[in-house]
Ligand binder design. Structure first.
Ligand code: ATP
Ligand code: MG
Length: 582
């Protein structure tokens, strides 16, 4: 039997050269690690956003590329803010991005183990129960320039600490009256090492553990030990945790779960494998784009104040929102690859995100014709009942996408802006007395316009040049412009939602002049129009994307679209129209 070293199992990721993958490669080459295990650890207190897509692609991607695995772990140590609704959406989002987890875990699965680890720390003299109030703890903590002071409760005996901690667990004390703190160094330059809290008292029901626990572990303690419990080798997180790394390492070292099977018994008794190890935390920069806000708190405010239609509003940067907008998993993965992984925090231009979507849809979305601001065009020189179908390629650069039948008839819809009664200089489309090519159908000349009482043009009466029809000898006759159209007889009326950026300024988060991001909402971020689409667009399945020729990329709405009442969302325009707005 031959065996392949794990690191050779790498797929296309082998080409990715970022510093994290280099560390992983080195760890495998040196034998420091034999299998790669990562985790994606969202807190279920909101919906995932575009930033999380970077973490997901990295956590799951690295595991996949190096033949390892990645857990999805819900970091549910803050029961007051968490909700099962989010848990469901998070799983949906990870799957949608194209990843699957080795095991679905919750930090709360480990509460018993974490509790035993805390008792171990107490017995080692590494933790103590502190009776200072939250304000006092803040006072004792010192500042960046001044050391802190030891808590008067720091030197309690192991017995007293154990007794008090057990009574905290038994629910004997009110919220916030005591904490369990690590005994490290109140003079440490790194504030996180100044006897940080490990447990707090909180009489709150938890969505998984109910009322079993009146105490909850703090983030640093729960996170580091959850990684250790699962045998995570590389714990990838964003840069704001860099200052927490010494505490992370301290917790892992002091609890030493890899050599403490007795602490893992509550899990192994339930059938969990013993996997404990010594994880290594590595930080990378957060993904931030201009024209967006990404903090969960601000997104929550937009939803709660009704400034958007919900978490899955297509203008929201949540994965549920951009999915509904028409973003594809492959566009997001492309964006993450283009952005790369580094330790440099920066605000990226939104055109990187939109560009990845355009490139992905340009390559993969089929073409259709749709008219979003319809004006009727009548071919006066063909019979009343004239009707035929024309074969159109579904994709100009991909023959394998095949062709479709596009109905052409005496009456057509064209885009109102493709006609001008008084053409501006350089206008290449239809004018009175002028001619234009109807995409794939022939050349028409406009003879006459029909207006309503208000003087608005409601109909163009045109002559179809029969010699210019496809396959005829005049088919290549040169005209200045080509426009798209939809055959009125078979056209399907469609609701078209024209989405645009939610904010008008690149930095909606600036606090200048007491303004908030809510002051920069773009009133034009959604316009709903009634248009027409060709039958082969109407029959789209929800979430199917198209390029509507000359207009932009659109997606059939995930929830509202049906073949009878099509609803399309504009995902992105064909070109970046913001770049030129200045
Ligand atoms: P927010 O600050 O938006 O509320 P968070 O950091 O609190 O986000 P978590 O649920 O704790 O969100 O995040 C889960 C994982 O996703 C963490 O590892 C976190 O570092 C990562 N992550 C969150 N936001 C970003 C981002 N903008 N770019 C890259 N990774 C991110
Ligand atoms: Mg968080």
């Amino acid at each position: 039997m031959t065996s392949t070293p794990v690191h050779e199992a790498a797929t296309d990721g082998a080409a990715r050269k970022d510093f994290i993958r280099q560390i992983v490669r080195d760890d495998l080459a040196s034998g420091r690690q034999t299998a790669i295990r990562t985790r994606f650890p969202p807190e279920p207190n909101g919906y995932l956003h575009i930033g999380h897509a970077k973490a997901i692609c990295l956590d799951f991607g690295v595991a996949q590329e190096f033949g390892g695995w990645c857990n999805l772990r819900l970091d549910d140590t803050n029961p007051a803010k968490e909700d099962p609704e989010y848990v469901k959406a998070i799983q949906d989002d990870v799957h949608w991005l194209g990843f699957d987890w080795h095991s679905l875990r919750h930090a709360s699965d480990y509460f018993e183990v974490l509790y035993l680890a805390a008792e171990k720390l107490i017995r080692q003299g590494d933790a103590f129960v502190c009776d200072l109030t939250p304000e006092q703890i803040r006072e004792y903590r010192g500042t960046l320039t001044e050391p802190g002071r030891n808590s008067p409760w720091r030197d309690r005996s192991v017995e007293e600490n154990l007794d008090l901690f057990r009574r905290m667990r038994a629910g004997e004390f009110p919220d916030a009256s005591r904490t369990l703190r690590a005994k490290i160094d109140m003079a440490a330059g790194n504030m996180n090492m100044r006897d940080p809290a490990l447990y707090r008292i909180k009489h709150v029901e938890h969505q998984n553990t109910g009322n079993a626990w009146p105490i909850y572990p703090m983030y640093d303690f729960a996170h580091s030990l959850s990684d250790a419990i699962e045998g995570i080798t590389h714990s990838l997180c964003t840069l704001e945790f860099e200052d927490h790394r010494p505490l992370y390492d301290w917790c892992v070292e002091k609890a030493d779960l890899a050599h403490s099977p007795e602490l893992l018994k509550p899990l192994t008794d339930k059938g969990y494998p013993f996997e404990a190890g010594k994880p290594r935390q590595i930080e990378f920069s957060r993904l931030n784009f201009n024209y967006l806000v990404m903090s969960k708190r601000k997104l929550m405010a937009l939803v709660q104040e009704g400034l958007v239609d919900g978490w899955d509003d297509p203008r929201m940067p949540t994965l549920q929102g951009i999915r509904r907008r028409g973003y594809t998993p492959s566009a997001l993965r492309l964006m993450v690859d283009r952005v790369g992984i580094s330790k440099q925090n920066s605000l990226l231009d939104i055109s990187i995100l939109e560009g990845a979507l355009r490139d992905d849809l340009d390559a993969h979305a089929q073409r259709r014709m749709a008219v979003i601001d319809p004006l009727k065009l009548v071919l006066t020189n063909v019979a009343e009942d004239f009707e035929e179908t024309l074969a159109f390629p579904n994709h100009p650069k991909d023959e394998s996408a095949g062709t479709r039948e596009v109905p052409f008839s005496r009456e057509l819809w064209i885009e109102r802006e493709d006609f001008a009664e008084v053409p501006p200089p350089g206008f290449k489309r239809l004018t009175v007395g002028g001619d234009v090519r109807l995409r794939g159908a022939g050349i028409v000349r406009c003879d006459e316009v029909v207006k309503d009482e208000s003087g608005k043009v409601v109909e163009l009466r045109c002559t179809l040049d029969l010699a210019s029809r496809p396959g005829m000898e005049g088919a290549n006759r040169k005209v200045k412009g080509t426009i798209h159209w939809v055959g009125a007889k078979r056209a399907v009326a469609a609701e078209i939602r024209l989405y645009d950026r939610l904010f008008t300024v690149p930095d909606p988060d600036n606090d200048e002049g007491g303004k908030s991001y809510k002051d920069y909402l773009n009133p034009e971020s959604r316009r709903v129009v009634a248009g027409y689409v060709e039958p082969a667009a109407a029959t789209a399945t929800p979430e199917q994307s198209f390029q509507f020729e000359r207009i932009g990329y659109f997606v059939a709405d995930r929830y509202d679209h049906t073949a009878d009442k099509p609803v399309f969302n504009r995902s992105v325009t064909l070109r970046d129209t913001w770049a030129t707005k200045g």
